[in-house]
Design a binder for this molecule. Structure first.
Ligand code: FMN
Length: 186
C-alpha cells in the first residue's frame, strides 16, 4: 500500500505537516509506505490557458505542455494507492501552490488518458487554518470540489484549525489506519 501526500505548505514541520503526518503515521503503523511532496519547493508554473479558446493539449492529449515538475508529481500520484492532499488555509481557501497544481490536474483529467490512474483513486483532504482559525470549512469545499472534478474518490475531508489541531490528531491517525487497511470505499 503506497500513499502519496501532496502538501500545499512548504514547511515540513508546520501545522499542515503535523496534521498530514498523523494520517501517514497511522497508515505506516499498518505497513503503508508514504511519500511526501511539498509543492512550494517544486518548480510549478500556473496554467498558461494555451489557446484562444482557453484550452490546450490538456484537452486533446491529457497532459500539460509546460515542462516543469508537474508531470513527475502526477506520475507519483498515479502510482499511489491513496492520495492525501493537505493545504494550509489561505484567505479561507487553498494555498497558491495547491491551487496551481490542482488547476492543471483537473484540466489533464478532462481527457481519458490524463484521468487514467487518477479516476476512483481514494483521496483524503486536510485543510489547516493555522491563523485565526477561520476558513477551514470553506477550504474543504474548494478542495473537495476540485478533487471530485479530477475524478478522485474523495473518501474524507478534515477541516482543522489551530485551536483544535491537537484534538484532531487522533482522528487523523485513525483515518490513516483505516486507509492502510485497504477499505472498500464504494
Ligand atoms: C496569505 C495567507 C493567508 C492566510 N489566511 C488564513 C485564513 O483565512 N484563516 C486562517 O485561520 N489562517 C490563515 N492563514 C494562516 C495559515 O493558515 C497558517 O499559517 C497555516 O495553516 C500554517 O500552516 P503551515 O505551518 O503548514 O505553514 C493565512 C496565512 C497566509 C500566509
Amino acid at each position: 500500500m503506497k500513499i502519496v501526500m501532496v502538501s500545499g505548505s512548504r514547511n515540513p514541520e508546520g501545522q499542515t505537516a503535523r496534521a498530514a503526518n498523523a494520517i501517514l503515521d497511522g497508515a505506516t503503523n499498518f505497513g503503508a509506505v508514504c511519500e511526501r511532496i511539498f509543492l512550494p519547493v517544486h518548480n510549478l508554473e500556473r496554467c498558461r490557458q494555451c489557446e484562444d479558446n482557453g484550452w490546450g493539449i490538456c484537452r486533446t492529449e491529457g497532459r500539460c505542455i509546460i515542462d516543469d515538475d508537474f508531470a513527475g508529481i502526477v506520475t507519483l500520484l498515479k502510482e499511489a494507492d491513496v492520495a492525501v492532499f493537505a493545504t494550509p488555509v489561505y484567505y479561507s481557501d487553498l494555498s497558491e501552490s495547491m491551487r496551481a497544481f490542482t488547476d492543471r490536474l483537473r484540466r489533464m483529467c478532462s481527457h481519458a488518458d490524463g484521468r487514467s490512474g487518477i479516476e476512483d483513486k481514494p483521496a483524503v483532504g486536510i485543510c489547516v487554518a493555522g491563523g485565526g482559525g477561520v476558513g477551514s470549512l470553506n477550504c474543504c469545499v474548494s478542495l473537495d470540489k476540485v478533487l471530485n472534478t479530477c475524478g478522485f474518490d474523495v473518501v474524507d475531508m478534515f477541516p482543522v484549525r489551530k485551536q483544535n489541531l491537537k484534538a484532531k490528531l487522533n482522528q487523523l491517525r485513525l483515518a490513516g489506519a483505516w486507509l492502510a487497511n485497504k477499505p472498500k470505499t464504494k
